[in-house]
Design a protein around this ligand. Structure first.
Ligand code: BG6
Length: 463
């Protein structure tokens, strides 16, 4: 078995809106996640929150009140890092205030202190599908250039507050899902035109560059990355049309890392914009900022691969799009093909393309868990998924890929981003809660808990 570097970071990852709950406590304002019913892939969201309806983010798994118990369990597994997001609307409830909400800042101080108490490095996403709702309803989201200033004020606030506590940052979660999920990724209407989508992205690219600049100025020892969903794409056949279209489809994702990692709009984007009648409004300094402040590393999620046939329309989903059937791969209960080798392929592709460190910040198995009469949860499929992916990640390291770490998605059961369900569970720790919000929220270890503990203890040698 290949070796992992000595300082490889093992851990887990969640997002505020899928775990914290406490959606309107201690001064937090609503975010776009708080008006979504049925998950972000459903595209449905309410203009006004109906108190009689169930919104999964409102309580989620109550991490806000139970984080000490949860962090203790992560520490027991040996986590060296823990990725979560800061809920922007806990810090700036509407997003456009000049002064932050102290109670929101204090919550993350306490959370980071709790992690650091166990030697767990916080890895923080600044915006994970949870833009403050007012910035969508009153400003129209990221298509409005005003969001750059609001976002950078938020970034500066949290960089100043948490310097000395947080060394690893990421700006926007899965920005490349913007094409398919503009509401979640950019707080832009679901039926927005490509012109609006790419304009919103341009503002996000400038904001990303400014966040990188501020981060390095305020916390010189910090690393700040971008984050994309990079499930790999295979052509359905060796027909040249399938090959070419698959390459073009891949570019629709890699466009985002090309801009943020390389610091420039790639040459192929000129044709993409021309063919789609897109003209970007820019300020004179924008391209220089993007060039001057690229990302330090590429964080990405990898769950599965996708097969593409020329001319086929891809369906909307999180964690990659749904394409043609792959006869060589088994699927999860949610129809996601399980493709460990694809992770090795992606790592090699990205290492070649960017020559900067990679961080696998999401990988995991969403499945149904049964509690046996004796109270145990034997989640063998989750263990098998993790084992196979870690083996391929080790091969990628041996191939020469510079990988900083690995954070399992949802080490504790959380709300599914795509479907809003609790039934789709990723955790090594079970949470007693169902799709309708019933349950005691009690935590319980699954069999995979001890499996992951030994993976970390052996630095990936024993899987
Ligand atoms: C990623 C997101 O797309 O996939 C996470 O960053 C999400 O927020 C994860 O939870 C898994 O998707 P899902 O739909 O199974 O929760």
């Amino acid at each position: 078995m290949a070796q992992f570097p000595q300082h490889f970071l093992w851990g887990g990852a969640i997002a505020a809106n899928q775990a914290e709950g406490a959606w309107n406590l201690d001064g937090k304002g609503p975010s776009i996640a708080d008006v979504v019913r049925g998950g972000i892939a459903s595209g449905q969201h309410d203009a006004v929150i109906d108190p009689h309806l169930y919104y999964a983010s409102h309580e989620a798994v109550d991490f806000y009140h139970r984080y000490k118990e949860d962090v203790a369990l992560f520490a027991e597994m040996g986590f060296q890092c823990f990725r979560t997001s800061i809920a922007w609307s806990r810090i700036f409830p509407r997003g456009d205030e000049q002064t932050p909400n102290e109670a929101g800042l204090a919550f993350y101080d306490n959370l980071f202190d709790e992690l650091l108490k166990y030697g767990i490095e916080p890895v923080i996403t600044l915006s994970h599908y949870e833009t403050p709702l007012a910035l969508y309803q009153e400003y129209g989201g990221w298509k409005n250039r005003a969001l750059i200033a609001h976002f950078t004020r938020y970034c500066e606030t949290v960089f100043r507050r948490y310097r000395g506590k947080v060394k690893y940052w990421m700006t926007f979660n899965e920005l490349n899902n913007m094409n398919r999920m503009p509401f979640a990724t950019g707080a832009v209407d679901a039926d927005a035109s490509l012109q609006i989508i790419y304009q919103a992205n341009h503002h996000q690219f400038v904001a990303n560059a400014l966040a990188n600049k501020l981060c390095h100025e305020i916390i010189p020892e910090a690393k700040i990355g971008c984050m994309l969903s990079l499930s790999t794409v295979y052509p359905a056949t060796c027909h040249p049309d399938d090959i070419f279209e698959t390459q073009q489809l891949r570019r629709r994702s890699l466009f985002y890392s090309d801009v943020m990692m390389n610091g420039e709009y790639p040459a192929y984007s000129r044709r993409l914009f021309r063919d789609n009648g897109i003209t970007l409004a820019m300020e004179p300094e924008d391209l220089a900022l993007i060039a001057r402040y690229p990302s330090d590393y590429l964080g990405f999620s990898y769950y599965r691969s996708v097969v593409h046939k020329a001319g086929a329309q891809l369906q909307i989903d999180t964690g990659g799009a749904k394409g043609e059937d792959n006869p060589y791969l088994k699927k999860t209960a949610w129809g996601w093909p399980v493709d460990p080798k694809g992770l090795r392929t992606v790592c090699n592709e990205l290492a070649d393309r960017y020559r900067k460190p990679l961080f696998i910040v999401e990988n995991g198995y969403g499945g149904v868990d049964e509690i046996a009469p004796d109270g145990t949860i034997n989640d063998e499929e989750r263990i098998a998924y993790g084992r196979q992916h870690i083996i391929e990640m080790a091969e990628a390291v041996a191939d020469g890929c510079d990988i900083m770490g690995y954070t399992w998605w949802g080490p504790i059961d959380i709300v599914s981003a795509g479907t809003g369900e609790m039934k789709k569970r990723y955790g090594f720790i079970y949470v007693d809660k169902d799709n309708d919000g019933n349950g005691s929220l009690a935590r319980r270890k699954k069999r995979s808990f001890d499996w992951y503990k030994q993976v970390i203890a052996s630095n990936g040698e024993v899987v």
